[in-house]
Ligand binder design. Structure first.
Ligand code: PHE
Length: 454
């Protein structure tokens, strides 16, 4: 049964790959924009508090289930209680949809990296360049396909031969590039204005919405609720210390988010670009920032290559969650499962991409505040994941582990007959059984009311 499943070559391989999954576009593209809009340092403090309490507890929840069952995210539930396998399905469905659009944004990142690497630039009009590009029918799809092909080439080679190897190469490179950029932006003229914004603590900006948006960001950034962490942990040996691994991964994820904020915000201040660019920040504001710098192509290329690495190490975990399920459920080879699932996701992603402007494609969405609305399809994809599937998956994992499989069983998996000491077990059990489900239920309710902007 599980004899031909993959295995990490070591605990370090697992940590690097799981940190690679966590560290992604969320850290470098979304986090700094949220800090900018959420009161600078105040948001950072709240975010850290959430990561190291709720976030870490939820990550441990997923890991303990995956490592215990040594199965894909759906079977992990069904071997313990078949009635609950729908939670695994929610996770796999979320991984499928997230990767279908993550692949498109990954393609945009590739495109921007090639622009700078070939010595070109945006001639001072990054905003219209961005919209012309994402609204054109073919170019974004071309880069999306390249991005997805790379995912396939990695995942097809298996857990240690593909995923672990790619992460061992890309993650150290990512840290080196981050350190170079950090050094360069902090020495820009006027960088102090950005730094002092990051070190200012305007807690009046921390409204309940900002708080919940920080929680949503923590779930997404730590890769919680989609079954990826559960799948990765299913390839981990029983002798490893899960709470320690969780601590290291949360720390790495947070350090990268913080470095990204300290790179982007001082650079943006220094170039006098408005801070509130929302989601397209990395593609509109930043090129303007780079162009105002000396050696703009060097900065631009370094940044988008870095973002490509971050995107790739996350997307392969999403693909692996789906592939692990497909191989084990349909009893097909890894090669076949990888090609078929990546192709299906690419097709879905093409609709996401086209809906950005090339074709008039709309879906529908309901909130209490606005009633039934018809946003573009791409936005519906993101809302389904952010407001529905990811919170629902996370809620399912904690209710299942806390109450159905049971916190005692999970703790005995974590402690491995006393070989590993888990000091915070009581706190963890209370968090997973009561606090986390309540917090997630509140996010879902606010999302449904329509006043949450994750
Ligand atoms: N954590 C990744 C990021 O920050 C995204 C992701 C979510 C990856 C869920 C895998 C699973 O971009």
């Amino acid at each position: 049964m599980s004899s031909n499943r993959g295995k990490w070559s070591s605990n370090l391989g697992f940590i690097i790959a799981t940190a690679g999954s966590a560290i992604g576009l969320g850290n470098i593209w979304k986090f700094p924009a949220k800090v900018a809009n959420g009161g600078g340092g105040a948001f950072i403090i709240i975010y850290f508090a959430i990561v190291f309490t709720l976030g870490a507890s939820l990550m441990l929840t997923e890991m303990s289930l995956g490592r215990h069952t040594q199965k894909n995210a759906v079977s992990a539930f069904s071997v313990l209680n078949p009635k609950w396998k729908f939670v695994g399905f929610i996770g796999i469905l979320a991984a499928f949809i997230v990767l279908s659009y993550y692949g498109v944004v990954g393609g945009w990142v590739f495109k921007y990296a090639t622009v700078y690497l070939t010595g070109a630039n945006f001639r001072g009009d990054a905003v219209s360049y961005y919209f012309n590009f994402i609204e054109s029918p073919f170019a974004p799809i071309f880069f999306q396909i390249i991005f997805m092909l790379l995912n396939v080439l990695i995942v097809i080679r298996g857990v240690s031969g593909g995923i672990e190897k790619a992460n061992r190469l890309l993650m150290p490179a990512l840290f080196v590039l981050l350190a170079i950029l950090l050094f360069c932006t902090l020495s820009l003229p006027d960088a102090e204005r950005g730094i002092s914004y990051l070190c200012s603590f305007d807690f009046t900006k921390i409204t309940p919405d900002v708080l919940l948006s920080a929680l949503g960001q923590a779930l997404f950034s730590l890769s919680i609720g989609l079954g990826t962490t559960c799948t990765y942990a299913s390839y981990l040996s029983k002798k490893e210390n899960l709470p320690k691994n969780v601590g290291v991964i949360c720390l790495l994820d947070t350090v990268v988010a913080l470095m990204a904020a300290f790179i982007i915000i001082p650079a943006v201040f220094s170039a006098n670009v408005p801070l509130s660019e929302g989601g397209s920040f990395a593609f509109t504001a930043l090129p303007a920032v780079f162009e105002s710098m000396p050696a703009s192509n060097f900065f631009g290329a370094t940044f988008y290559v870095l973002l490509s690495f971050a995107a790739l190490t996350s997307s392969i975990s999403l693909l692996e969650a789906v592939v692990a399920y497909a191989t084990e459920h349909f009893k097909i080879s890894r090669i076949r499962a990888t090609i078929v699932s990546a192709s299906l996701m690419t097709v879905c992603g093409i609709f996401y991409s086209l809906s950005k402007g090339a074709v008039n494609l709309h879906g529908f969405w309901y909130t209490l505040r606005d009633g039934l609305t018809y946003p573009i399809l791409g936005d519906v994809f993101e809302r389904i994941c952010d407001y529905l599937l990811i919170p629902l998956g996370s809620l399912g994992f904690c209710i299942f582990v806390g109450h159905i499989w049971g916190d005692k069983n999970a703790i005995s998996e974590i402690e491995q007959g006393g070989k590993i000491k888990f000091r915070l077990k009581t706190l963890w059990a209370v968090t997973v059984k009561y606090i986390a489900p309540l917090a997630i239920a509140i996010i879902m309710f606010l999302g449904f009311r329509g006043n949450l902007n994750l």
